[in-house]
Ligand binder design. Structure first.
Ligand SMILES: Nc1ncnc2c1ncn2[C@@H]1O[C@H](COP(=O)(O)OP(=O)(O)OP(=O)(O)O)[C@@H](O)[C@H]1O
Ligand SMILES: [Mg+2]
Length: 256
């Protein structure tokens, strides 16, 4: 419990703790979230009670040693996974109350996710890869193609619409993945080591694109990085260790 007034609150309570003054819930709110992996003989406690809020328009870098729980946290925030316990609200919705289908729909609407290894469909063109989230949404084909082309234009790839992933450089593939994350106009973009497979020049270009999207479109960005320079450029730094948030510059008093 955060304070005496919160006594008696349950995870079912519908009023978020960190709502903005106008009552808008934070983009993502996690309270005492835990995630353990049951391996039969043993259980790995990957997250051991993390509270974490992503506000509208935020730009945060998550750092920490290998195995500390960064990807586990990102997968939870991105609705790619569910907590073992704790409260997780995305776009004001308690994910524990959603069916798998509803969770997928929430993810599709609210979240763009960029992976270290791009995760593009090998046999599909850049345009088809980027249009995919809109296909799941039922957007008509002509609009899908128009919006996918716009998103690819926004990452400087107008000239690569028909290329398949193997026909593009690593930096281009990651820009396609960013376009795919953006095409549905999510409020939140989560990126797990987006520059991890890129050389420094392409890495810098990807970072420039993410910073620009945050500045010009107000998309909240949370990214995991091992690069100290990248982390230092973010407005907010979050350090994870042993499944706990050890430091969060947005919550200096709560980093215990
Ligand atoms: N599917 C899984 N089953 C069992 N254990 C897992 C699984 N995924 C992750 N873990 C364990 O959970 C812990 C946290 O893993 P996680 O991938 O979140 O770390 P990370 O901070 O992203 O590390 P890295 O910097 O190497 O990517 C690790 O001990 C890992 O071995
Ligand atoms: Mg990881």
């Amino acid at each position: 419990m955060k304070d005496p007034a919160a006594a008696g609150r349950t995870a079912d309570d519908t009023t978020p703790d960190d709502a903005a003054p106008d009552g808008t819930p934070p983009a993502i709110e996690a309270v005492d979230v835990r995630r353990s992996y049951d391996l039969g003989a043993t259980t790995v406690q990957a997250l051991r009670g993390v509270s974490f809020t992503v506000a509208e328009g935020e730009y945060a870098a998550v750092v920490g040693p290998s195995g500390s729980g960064k990807s586990t946290l990102m997968h939870l925030l991105g609705c790619l996974d569910r907590p073992t316990s704790g409260l997780l609200r995305v776009g004001g919705r308690d994910v524990a109350r959603l069916s798998d289908g509803e969770l997928a729909e929430l993810r599709n609407r609210e979240i763009g996710f960029v992976f270290q290894a791009f995760q593009l469909l090998a046999r599909s063109s850049a345009l088809e890869n980027v249009a995919l989230p809109l296909l799941y949404r039922g957007t008509p084909r002509a609009e899908r193609r128009r919006r996918a082309a716009d998103a690819l234009g926004a990452v400087g790839l107008d000239h690569r619409l028909d290329h398949r992933p193997a026909q593009m450089s690593g930096g281009e593939q990651q820009r396609v993945a960013i376009a795919r994350a953006l095409v549905g106009e999510p409020r939140i973009l989560l990126a797990d080591e987006p520059t991890g497979n890129l050389d420094s020049r392409n890495g810098a270009e990807v970072m420039r694109i993410l910073e620009d999207l945050n500045a010009t479109r107000g998309v909240a960005v949370v990214l995991v990085t091992h690069d100290g320079d990248v982390a230092a450029r973010a407005r907010r730094q979050v350090r994870v260790r042993d499944g706990l948030v050890e430091l969060d510059t947005a919550r200096p008093a709560a980093a215990t």
